[in-house]
Design a protein around this ligand. Structure first.
Ligand SMILES: C[S@@+](CC[C@H](N)C(=O)[O-])C[C@H]1O[C@@H](n2cnc3c(N)ncnc32)[C@H](O)[C@@H]1O
Length: 275
């Protein structure tokens, strides 16, 4: 019954590719908070779509999805996506990777840093033989910059994008897997592959905002030797400075082995090995 509602809500270019399951959870959560509206919808779904309450529901859920998902795409998306991917598969060069990564806002913000980023991170962790990238966005397309050939496992709620990442990684003939998951699901880390390193770039803020304590639970279940977590230091639009995350620093005290600071993002390298 909720499916029709979800369909109407994600029927927008910028939200193409968002997981229907994830959107459905948001719609159900919204309806549970507004029982009278829920009743109104259940009584007469067709009429409900013409009502103000539907517009409110649609705008609240879209706004949430945009914040955790859609807002990250620049306006070149999705028109350019297929062409850039085909070019990258045809020739997996750094230039072609940068072109594709330029359409996702998160990777776009660090484009100029990719040539030196992994060298700095791996100087601390050592060269990994396997990586798990959670809330990966388009970062797995940065594979040509790694400077090594590890197995690469990608996890996100953006199921459509994960298929493209799979196509690219298959074409490189590396060990790879894609996992369309909601990282707010309890014990989700246990279902993901064990690797040397976990990347969690610019994803912890939104998970913690959604559910206090979520990141602590993820850290507890992580099976890797190292975690590299990153946080933006400037807001989207690059106008306001965002202060350090004290809540996160408290979680990883005594485990931080290094930091790499870019103009708009800080990477924190954490050892997960038992002392
Ligand atoms: C700010 S982007 C960062 C993308 C990438 N890590 C990077 O830095 O280039 C946040 C990513 O987390 C994903 N995400 C947000 N909430 C999620 C959730 N609950 N479960 C899984 N992925 C999620 C989004 O789809 C998006 O790709």
């Amino acid at each position: 019954m909720v499916d029709l509602l979800v369909e109407k809500i994600i029927d927008k270019k910028e939200l193409r590719g968002v997981s229907e399951e994830f959107a459905k959870k948001e719609v159900i959560a919204w309806l549970d908070k507004h029982p009278q509206v829920k009743q109104e919808y259940e009584q007469d779904p067709e009429r409900f779509f013409k009502k103000k309450n539907f517009q409110q529901l649609r705008s609240d859920v879209r706004e949430h999805l945009r914040r955790v998902y859609g807002v990250f795409f620049t306006n070149k998306y999705p028109a350019k996506r297929e062409g850039y991917l085909a070019a990258l598969i045809d020739e997996p060069s750094k230039e072609n990777a940068l072109e594709l990564m330029s359409i996702h806002r998160s990777t776009h913000e660090r484009l100029e840093h990719y040539p030196s980023l992994y060298e700095q991170l791996f100087a601390i962790t050592g060269t990994p033989t396997s990586i798990l990238d959670i809330g990966c966005g388009y970062n797995p397309f940065s594979y040509p910059f790694l400077g090594c050939t590890p197995a690469y496992h990608s996890a996100d709620i953006a199921c459509e994008d994960l298929k493209l990442i799979g196509e690219f990684h298959d074409s490189l003939k590396i060990e790879n897997s894609q996992h369309c998951v909601d990282l707010t699901t309890p014990e989700i880390m246990k279902s993901l592959p064990e690797t040397d390193v976990v990347f969690a770039f610019k994803v912890f803020d939104s998970l913690e905002e959604k559910e206090w304590g979520r990141v602590k639970a993820l850290l507890t279940d992580m099976k890797a030797k190292w975690l590299v977590a990153s946080f933006p230091t400037l807001s989207i639009g690059q106008k306001k400075t965002i202060s350090p995350r004290e809540w996160f620093e408290r979680l990883v005290t005594d485990k931080v082995v290094g930091r790499v600071t870019l103009a708009n993002e800080q990477f924190i390298i954490i050892t997960l090995k038992q002392k």
